[in-house]
Design a protein around this ligand. Structure first.
Ligand code: SAM
Length: 230
């Protein structure tokens, strides 16, 4: 283990493993180790995704007791925003026990569930949630867009899926091209398109927004996707 900040370790891992496979245990260990300083590092990086995710959910729903799954919740930065807007019925899921413990300590979530999003079926009922929000987890070696059909299963028809991610992982951005993953880009676009074509969801909006994070004094863009489950 190194003394690098979590984000340096993460960004180095992504750059050095382009086109390779990285075991989920390595990712889990990275976040377990990062848990104590994650909030401070996120603040230093000026992460804009959590507030963007929270605002998108706020703009979709007036009712405050809707059931929300924060998928890949981390330490609960999105939950904090949702709580700020008055939402009260939020479940957190993440595969890192230590980062999830930090989320639990914030007292925002009704329940925390330690489980990986991957090949196994997610441990939730059909149509359990009104909204699934996933901020900053569509990253190489993290949560794959191939899980979108699973997300649709656990969100009620008429409910919404809100996904916010760093743009450069799925679109070629010249200054950040060391992070671009052609396979992630392909599966992101293909899953969005196929699920629209099969009338499983409708894309309500897909926008590029500024201020996703600041790395080496350079502000980077995010993508915010909002889909309605059909
Ligand atoms: C960059 S953090 C984002 C956390 C949080 N959503 C936020 O906005 O601060 C990515 C999170 O995804 C989790 N994660 C990565 N791959 C996962 C998977 N396959 N299943 C569940 N959680 C995963 C990590 O443990 C980590 O907490």
């Amino acid at each position: 283990m190194t003394d690098l900040h979590g984000e340096v370790e993460l960004f180095t891992l992504i750059r050095n493993n382009q086109g390779k496979r990285v075991d989920k245990t390595i990712i889990r260990n990275l976040y377990d180790k990062w848990a104590p300083t994650y909030d401070k590092d996120s603040s230093d990086l000026q992460l804009g995704g959590p507030s963007k995710s929270g605002a998108l959910v706020r703009d979709l729903y007036q009712e405050k007791d809707i059931s929300i799954l924060d998928c890949g919740a981390g330490t609960g930065l999105v939950g904090t925003q949702l709580q700020r807007y008055g939402f009260t019925n939020i479940v957190a899921q993440d595969m890192s026990p230590k980062i999830l413990e930090a989320a639990k300590q914030k007292g925002i979530y009704r329940r925390v569930v330690c489980a990986e999003v991957g090949k196994e079926e997610m441990p939730f009922e059909d149509n359990e949630f009104d909204v699934l929000v996933c901020n900053g987890c569509i990253i190489p070696f993290h949560i794959s867009p191939n899980c979108f059909p699973q997300w649709i299963r656990i969100v009620k028809p008429g409910g919404h899926i809100v996904v916010v991610l760093r743009r450069c992982y799925v679109e070629l951005v010249e200054e950040e091209k060391c992070y671009y993953s052609p396979s992630l880009a392909e599966s992101f676009e293909a899953n969005i398109r196929n699920l629209e074509n099969c009338k499983k969801w409708e894309v309500i909006s897909k926008e590029v927004f500024p201020g996703y994070l600041v790395e080496k004094e350079q502000a980077n863009e995010g993508i915010a996707l909002v889909c309605k489950v059909l």
